[in-house]
Ligand binder design. Structure first.
Ligand code: CMX
Ligand code: CO
Length: 152
C-alpha cells in the first residue's frame, strides 16, 4: 500500500484558483504597478494570437498540488478581441477568473451537463501550453470563468 495521499476535491475536478485575469491597456505599465505595489514578479510573458492578447503571468503563490496562483495581465492585440471589447465597455479591471483542474475536458463536460454554456467545444491553447476552456459569463452570475489544465 502506498502512503501517497488520495486526491480529493469537488465533483467538478476544480481544485484551486489558477489566476485572475485583468484587462489593461498598457501591459508594461500594469506589470510595473504590480511589481512596485506588491512585489509580484513576471514568471511568464507571451503573445497568444488566437485569444488576441499580449499577456503576463505574475506569480502570487505556489500550491501544494504543484499548481500555482497568478495574476494574468491582458493587453489586447486587436480591436475585435474579447479583451478589446471588454475595455471599450468597462475600462480596465477584472476580466475573468480561472480555476485549475487536472483534466480540463472532464471538468468542462461535467459543468456543461449542469446547464452552463461551455464556449469551447475542444480545449484551446492557453498560457505556456496549458489547455483552457471558457464558460459563458451569463451562466456564471456575470463572471467570465476559465478552466485551466497546466502543461506540467
Ligand atoms: N465578464 C463578464 N461579462 C462579460 C464579459 C466578461 N469578461 N465579457 C462580456 N460580457 C458580457 C457583456 O457585458 C454582455 O452583457 P450584456 O448582454 O448584458 O450587455 C454579454 O456578455 C455579451 O458581451 P459582448 O461584448 O457582446 O461579447 P460577445 O458575446 O461577443 O463575447 C464572450 C463574450 C464571453 C463570449 C467572449 O468574450 C469570449 O468568448 N471570451 C472567452 C475568450 C477570452 O476572453 N479570451 C481572453 C483571455 C485569454 C486567457 O485568459 O488566456
Ligand atoms: Co486566463
Amino acid at each position: 500500500m502506498s502512503d501517497a495521499p488520495v486526491p480529493t476535491g469537488p465533483f467538478s475536478g476544480l481544485t484551486r484558483l489558477d489566476h485572475v485575469g485583468i484587462a489593461c491597456r498598457d501591459l508594461d505599465a500594469s506589470i510595473e504597478f504590480y511589481r512596485r505595489t506588491y512585489g509580484f514578479e513576471v514568471e511568464h510573458q507571451e503573445v497568444n494570437e488566437e485569444q488576441g492578447v499580449r499577456e503576463a503571468m505574475l506569480l502570487v503563490n505556489g500550491t501544494d498540488d504543484g499548481g500555482a496562483t497568478y495574476i494574468q495581465l491582458l493587453e489586447p492585440t486587436r480591436d475585435d478581441s474579447p479583451v478589446a471589447k471588454f475595455l471599450e465597455r468597462n475600462g480596465e479591471g477584472v476580466h475573468h477568473l480561472a480555476f485549475g483542474t487536472a483534466d480540463v475536458a472532464a471538468s468542462a463536460e461535467g459543468i456543461g451537463e449542469r446547464g452552463v454554456r461551455v464556449l469551447d467545444a475542444e480545449p484551446r491553447v492557453g498560457t505556456a501550453d496549458s489547455r483552457i476552456v471558457f464558460l459563458h459569463p451569463k451562466d456564471c452570475g456575470g463572471v467570465l470563468t476559465e478552466l485551466v489544465q497546466s502543461s506540467q
